[in-house]
Design a protein around this ligand. Structure first.
Ligand code: ADP
Length: 912
C-alpha cells in the first residue's frame, strides 16, 4: 500500500517493494508467461518446455542464472528480454524452421518507475513466408493474436485497464465484473467511476498519489480499497504504467490484483506477532532463545533484568558466550551452572528444569526446552523465573508448619482431627496420654469410631459418650463445648469444631483438656468467695457502726498510714484543719496544715518508730479553723497493728481542752489574787496594828503620869496636854486615812467643789504645815502672776498638799529643805513638792499610788505609815480631773507633781 503524500507510508511502500519478486511471479503467472526475469536478467521462472528446449533438461535448475547463460540457443529472445528490461515492450520471433516461436515481452515496473523485471509469453508458429498469402496469414495471425491477447487479458486474475491521465477508463477487462461486480461498460461510461468507487478513507490520498506519479511519468504500484457493487470492501494492489510522449503523459495502463485475502492474512499475522512480542516482553519469566549455531535469536527485557546484562552484551544475533560469561559472575556456583548448560546443549531435544542460586541471594528457576519448527528443532528456549520470594515463603511455611507441629505436641489439650472419611488424620501425644492409649498403638488413619469405642470404657457414661460422638462426626459446622466425666474422677473439657480449608469443611477437630484441678479449684474458690462475701458484709456493718461513732464523736479521730496520710478521719478533726473529710482523705497533714504538721509529725513518726503510744500529751496550738487563737489540746497517738502484729499506721485522738484550761487559769488567777489579798490584809493588819499602837504607848504614858500627878496633887507641865494631843492627832489621822480609803474603795467619797484660787489652797496648806516642820526649811515659789482658779474641794486639796508635805518631811533628813512650786502649763496648773530625802528605788516607783504600798527603803519605825496616803491623793486629784506622778532618784530626793484643770480667765471688765 502507498499513500498520496509519500511520507507517512514509506514503510508500507517498502513492504511492497520487498514483496515485488513474488508479485513479478504472480504477474507472470497471470500473463501465462513462459519466462520471468528480474531487473538483473536473472531467471525467476522458466517453463519446463522452454527449459528443455534451451538445453536445461538435465536436472540442473536454471532459476537464478542469467538469461544469457540459460538461453544461449535463443539469442533473439535474450535480445527481446534485454530490450524489455530497458522499459520497452516488444514482440519478437525466432527459432528453427520447424519450431518457429513468437514472444510478447513486457517490462514490469516498480512504483518508483524503476524496471523490476520482465515477462515473456511465447507461442509457437510457422516461419514467415513472403507473398500476399503470407500477408493475409500475417493479418489472420495478428487478429488471432489480438483475440488471444484479449482472452489473455480477460483470463488474467486481475483487472487490466487503460485510462487517460484523468483516470477515465478507456479499457477494462472482464475481470472487473468478477472481482468487483461492476461490468466494464460501467467503468468506461462513467468518467468519475474510479473516484466514486475508491473507499472513502483512501480516496483522497490515492488520487493525489496517482496524480503525482502520473505527472512525474513514472510507473507505480500501491494498495488501496475499492467498494464492490455488493458493498464489499476489496483490497487491490494496482500496478500502473504511464505512457507518455514528448514529456507529456498520454495514458495510464495498469493491472489491479485482489489482495484482500493476502492483506487480511498479513494483518492477522502482524497482530499475532505483536501480541506475541508484547507477551514475550511482559511475562514474569526472563526468556532467551538461542539457535542451533549458539546465536541469540530473541530475548525479553525480563531476561536482561534478571541477569543484569547491558545492551552491548546482549544483542540479537550475537553468540551466547559473552552473555553467559557475564551471567556466570552472578551465580553462586558458576562451574555447576556452566556444566549444566553444556549438558543441556549436548542433548538437543532435552526438556529440563533446574534451580540456580545467585550470589546476591536470589533463587532462579530455570526451564529449558527445544524450539521446534514443524518437526525440526531450530534452537532452544531458556526461561528463568525469580522464585526467591516463593522459596522464602516455602521455607517460612515449612518453619511455621514445624512450629505448629511442635506447639501441637506441647499443648495441654489432647487434640484429634478426623477427616471426611471418619479416619483419624492427626492427633497429639497429649491425646494419647489423656485417653490412655499406649504409644505403640497406631492411631493415624484408624477409624475414629473404633478409637472412640476403645476409649469409651474410661468414661462414666460410655453409651452416651459414643452416641454423642457419632452424632457429631457428621460434617456439620457445629461448634460445641461440654465436659466428659471419667470413671477415675478426672473431668475433661471437650471442645469440637469443624476443620475448614477455605470455606470447605474437611473434617472435625476434637480437643480434650483435663480440667479436674481447675474444677476443684473453682469450687474451692466459690466456697471462699461466699465466705468472703459474708465476712465482708460483717465487716461493712462493723465499719458502718465505727463510722457513725467516728463521725459523731466530739473529739478528733484519725487513722494515718505509714506515710502519714489520712486513711480515715472524722469531720471534727478535718474541720480543725479548715477542710472537709473528703478533702483530707488520702493526703498528708503536711500538705493540709503544715504548721500543725511541724508539731505533730515528729510525734507520729516516733510512734511508728518505737511502736509505743503517746498518751494524753498537752499541746497548745493555733489551728486554721480559728486563726490567731491559741487553743489547748490533749492528744494521744496509738500504734495500729494488724492481727498479725504488723504496724500499719497511727491512730490519733485529739481532745480540745481549751475551756478547761481557761477555767483552770482563771481559778489559779483567783487563787493568787485571794492569796495576795490575804497577804495584803495580813500586812495591813500588821502595819495598822503597829501604827495604831505607836501613838497609844506615849499616850498611855501621858495619861498614867496625869493620873499620878493628879493623885499626888502635883501641877501638870505646860506642854503635857499638847504632847498627848499630838498622839491623838496622829491616831485620828491614821483612822481618817483608813476611813477615806474605805470610802474611796466603796465609791462613797463625795467632793464639795467650788471655784477656788489655787494659791489660796497652797497658802492654807503651807500655813498649817509650818509649825510642824520647824526642822525643815520650807520654800514656796509661784511662777504665775494671775490667780489660778480651779473647781475644787478646798479641804480635800489641802489634804493632798498636806500629805505630800508630810511625806517630804518624813522621808528627808533633818534640815532637808522642802520646796513647793506652782506653775501654769496651758490650761493646767502644775503643783510640785520636792525634797532631798531618801528617794524611791526605780523599780518601786510604779506602785507608789497603790493601796498599802510602802517602798522597800521606807523605814519600818520612826515615820510609820499605812501606805494609804498616796493612794488617797491619786484618787482625789483624778476626781478633780488632774494627774499625779513622782520623779525620784534613790537617795537624792523626790518630787511629786500634780495637775489640775484651770478655769478659764473671766473677761477683763469683770475684773475691774
Ligand atoms: P505612809 O503613810 O506609809 O507614808 P504613803 O502613801 O504616804 O504612806 O507613802 C507610801 C510610801 O511612799 C511610803 O511608805 C514611802 O516608802 C514612800 N514615800 C512617800 N513619800 C516619799 C518621799 N517624799 N520620799 C521618800 N519616800 C516616800
Amino acid at each position: 500500500m502507498a499513500t498520496g503524500d509519500g511520507h507517512g507510508c514509506d514503510a508500507r511502500l517498502e513492504a511492497s517493494v520487498r514483496s515485488f519478486p513474488e508479485l513479478l511471479l504472480q504477474v507472470g503467472e497471470s500473463l501465462h508467461a513462459s519466462l520471468v526475469v528480474d531487473d538483473q536478467g536473472r531467471i525467476g521462472r522458466i517453463h519446463s518446455t522452454l527449459a528443455v528446449a534451451a538445453g536445461w533438461g538435465n536436472g540442473v535448475p536454471p532459476e537464478g542464472r542469467l538469461l544469457e547463460e540459460v538461453l544461449q540457443l535463443f539469442p533473439w529472445l535474450v535480445d527481446a528480454l534485454r530490450t524489455a528490461l530497458t522499459g520497452t515492450e516488444t514482440v519478437s520471433e525466432g527459432g528453427e524452421r520447424d519450431r518457429w516461436m513468437r514472444a510478447l515481452v513486457l517490462p514490469v515496473f516498480g512504483n518508483e518507475g524503476q524496471c523490476l523485471g520482465a515477462c515473456a509469453r511465447l507461442s509457437e508458429r510457422a516461419p514467415a513466408k513472403p507473398g500476399p498469402a503470407h500477408q493475409a496469414r500475417l493479418e489472420q495471425e495478428l487478429t488471432r493474436t489480438q483475440r488471444q491477447y484479449e482472452d489473455l487479458l480477460n483470463t488474467i486474475d486481475g483487472i487490466v485497464w487503460e485510462a487517460d491521465v484523468n483516470f477515465r477508463f478507456t479499457f477494462v477487462n472482464k475481470q472487473s465484473e468478477r472481482l468487483l461486480g461492476h461490468p466494464p461498460h460501467q467503468w468506461i461510461q462513467d468518467p468519475d467511476f474510479w473516484k466514486k468507487h475508491v473507499h472513502p478513507e483512501d480516496r483522497e490520498w490515492a488520487q493525489a498519489y496517482c496524480m503525482k506519479a502520473s505527472r512525474e511519468r513514472r510507473p507505480y504500484e500501491f494498495e488501496y480499497r475499492m467498494l464492490a457493487a455488493d458493498g464489499r470492501v476489496v483490497w487491490l494492489r494496482s500496478i500502473v504504467t504511464v505512457l507518455s510522449e514528448e514529456e507529456r503523459p498520454l495514458k495510464l495502463r495498469g493491472i489491479m490484483v485482489d489482495v484482500t485475502e493476502q492483506r487480511m492474512a498479513r494483518e492477522k499475522l502482524e497482530q499475532t506477532a505483536s501480541v506475541l512480542r508484547a507477551t514475550f516482553d511482559s511475562i514474569a519469566d526472563g526468556v532467551v532463545v538461542v539457535d542451533r549455531n549458539m546465536r541469540i535469536t530473541a530475548f525479553n527485557k525480563r531476561f536482561q533484568q534478571l541477569w543484569q546484562l547491558p545492551d552491548e552484551v546482549l544483542e540479537t544475533g550475537t553468540k551466547t558466550e559473552k552473555p553467559l560469561a557475564a551471567a556466570l559472575h552472578l551465580v553462586k556456583d558458576p562451574e555447576r551452572f556452566a556444566a549444566r548448560i553444556h549438558e543441556v546443549y549436548a542433548l538437543p531435544d532435552l526438556e529440563d528444569v533446574d534451580t540456580v542460586e545467585l550470589a546476591d541471594g536470589r533463587t532462579l528457576e530455570r526451564t529449558t526446552r527445544p524450539q521446534w519448527m514443524g518437526n525440526t528443532i531450530i534452537g532452544r528456549i531458556w526461561s528463568y523465573r525469580d522464585v526467591t520470594a516463593e522459596h522464602q515463603a516455602r521455607e517460612k511455611l515449612e518453619q511455621t508448619v514445624s512450629l505448629l507441629r511442635a506447639t501441637f505436641d506441647s499443648i495441654a489439650d489432647g487434640v484429634i482431627v478426623v477427616g471426611r472419611d471418619q479416619r483419624i488424620t492427626t492427633f497429639n501425644q497429649r491425646f494419647q496420654r489423656i485417653w490412655r492409649f499406649s504409644e505403640t498403638v497406631q492411631l493415624e488413619n484408624l477409624d475414629a469410631l473404633q478409637a472412640v469405642t476403645a476409649a469409651a470404657p474410661l468414661v462414666k457414661d460410655p453409651e452416651r459418650f459414643v452416641s454423642q460422638l457419632q452424632k457429631m462426626f457428621v460434617l456439620s459446622d457445629r461448634e460445641a463445648v461440654d465436659t466428659v466425666e471419667l470413671r477415675d474422677g478426672r473431668i475433661l473439657e471437650r471442645t469440637t469444631m469443624p476443620q475448614r480449608m477455605g470455606d470447605t469443611i474437611i473434617g472435625r477437630i476434637w480437643s480434650y483438656r483435663d480440667v479436674t484441678e481447675e474444677r476443684l479449684a473453682k469450687s474451692e474458690q466459690e466456697r471462699l468467695f461466699v465466705a468472703e462475701r459474708h465476712a465482708r458484709a460483717q465487716l461493712e456493718e462493723s465499719l458502718a457502726v465505727l463510722d457513725t461513732f467516728l463521725n459523731n464523736a466530739p473529739i478528733g479521730l484519725a487513722f494515718l498510714d505509714r506515710n502519714l496520710r489520712f486513711i480515715q478521719l472524722n469531720d471534727a478533726l478535718a474541720t480543725l484543719h479548715g477542710n472537709t473529710r473528703e478533702q483530707e482523705l488520702g493526703r498528708a497533714l503536711r500538705e493540709l496544715a503544715p504548721h500543725i504538721a511541724a508539731n505533730v509529725e515528729p510525734l507520729l513518726s516516733q510512734v511508728l518508730a518505737t511502736g509505743k503510744p503517746i498518751i494524753g500529751l498537752g499541746m497548745a496550738l493555733e489551728v486554721p479553723a480559728t486563726p490567731g487563737q491559741l487553743r489547748h489540746w490533749r492528744v494521744s497517738y496509738y500504734p495500729v497493728r494488724t492481727t498479725s502484729g504488723r504496724l500499719v499506721g497511727v491512730g490519733a485522738v485529739v481532745v480540745e481542752v481549751t475551756a478547761e484550761r481557761r477555767a483552770q487559769l482563771e481559778r489559779e488567777r483567783l487563787l493568787q489574787e485571794a492569796r495576795e489579798a490575804i497577804q495584803t490584809r495580813d500586812d495591813f493588819l500588821c502595819v495598822a496594828s503597829h501604827e495604831l499602837k505607836t501613838p497609844l504607848t506615849p499616850l498611855k504614858l501621858h495619861l498614867q503620869r496625869l493620873q499620878k500627878k493628879s493623885a499626888s496633887g502635883q501641877p501638870l507641865p505646860p506642854d503635857f496636854a499638847d504632847k498627848a494631843l499630838v498622839q491623838v492627832d496622829r491616831l485620828s489621822g491614821l483612822i481618817s486615812d483608813m476611813l477615806d480609803a474605805s470610802q474611796l474603795e466603796a465609791g462613797r467619797l463625795e467632793l464639795e467643789r467650788e471655784p477656788l484660787p489655787l494659791q489660796e489652797v497652797i497658802h492654807e496648806a503651807l500655813e498649817a504645815f509650818r509649825p510642824v516642820s520647824l526642822q525643815h526649811p520650807l520654800e514656796y515659789e509661784e511662777q504665775c502672776t494671775e490667780a489660778l482658779v480651779i473647781q475644787g474641794d478646798r479641804e480635800r486639796l489641802v489634804q493632798v498638799l498636806s500629805h505630800l508635805l508630810e511625806n517630804a518631811r518624813k522621808y528627808s533628813p533633818l534640815k532637808g529643805a522642802i520646796r513647793v512650786t506652782l506653775t501654769r502649763n496651758g490650761a493646767e496648773a502644775v503643783v510640785s513638792v520636792s525634797d532631798r530625802g531618801i528617794g524611791i528605788p526605780a523599780d518601786q516607783q510604779a506602785h507608789l499610788f497603790e493601796r498599802f504600798f510602802r517602798a522597800r527603803n521606807a523605814p519600818i519605825s520612826g515615820f510609820g505609815g499605812l501606805g494609804l496616803g498616796l493612794y488617797i491623793c491619786r484618787h482625789l486629784i483624778e476626781r478633780h480631773g488632774g494627774r499625779i506622778w513622782a520623779e525620784s532618784q534613790n537617795g537624792l530626793g523626790t518630787t511629786f507633781r500634780f495637775t489640775l484643770p484651770v478655769e478659764p480667765a473671766p473677761p477683763l471688765h469683770g475684773r475691774a
